[in-house]
Design a protein. Sequence first.
Length: 181
Amino acid sequence: MHNVLVARLTDRVACIFRPTNGMEYLAGLMHDVGKLFIEHYFPKEFEQILAGALAKQCNHAAMEREILGLDHTQIGAALCERMHAHNHILRSVWFHHDPLHVDHAADPLGDGGFLAVCVGIGDRLANSNPASQEDLGHASELIEHSPEWIFLQNIYLPHKLELDLPREIKKAEEELTMFMA
C-alpha cells in the first residue's frame, strides 16, 4: 500500500510543476524496492532492522547501514541499474531520502534532483499518516516549509500544494486492489 500511495503522491506533486509522463508514478512505486529485496533475501536481518529502528527510534536506513553496511536506497539503485531503469528513476530511488544531496543535484545526466525531490515529498506525506483533517493540514505545512518544496518553488513555477491526502489514500487502496485482482 505504501509504495502505491507514494507513487500517486509523487505524480501529484510533480504535475504541479510540469507535465508528467508516467516516470513519476513509476519512481514512487519503485522507491523502496531495496526494502523488498532485503525482506525477501535477508529476512532475519530485516527483522533486526525493524526491531532496531523501533528500539533506537531511528529510521530504517540508519539500521540497514548498521546491520548490512548499506541501505535500501543503494540496493534499490543497484536493482534499477540491473533492470536498465531510466537514470532519473534510478537516482530518485537512490536519493529519495536526501534528494538535495550535492552528488545528485549536480549530476549532468540527472534532472537536477526534481524526481527525487518529488518522491521524497510523496514518501514524507505517505509516512505522515494523518488521522484527522487537522493532522493533514499539519502534514501539508510540513511539506510546504521543507527544503525540498522550497527548492521546487525556486526552480519551477511556484504553486500551492493542494492535496486531499485521505482521497489519495483511498485511490491508492483502489489501485492496490486492482493490482491484486
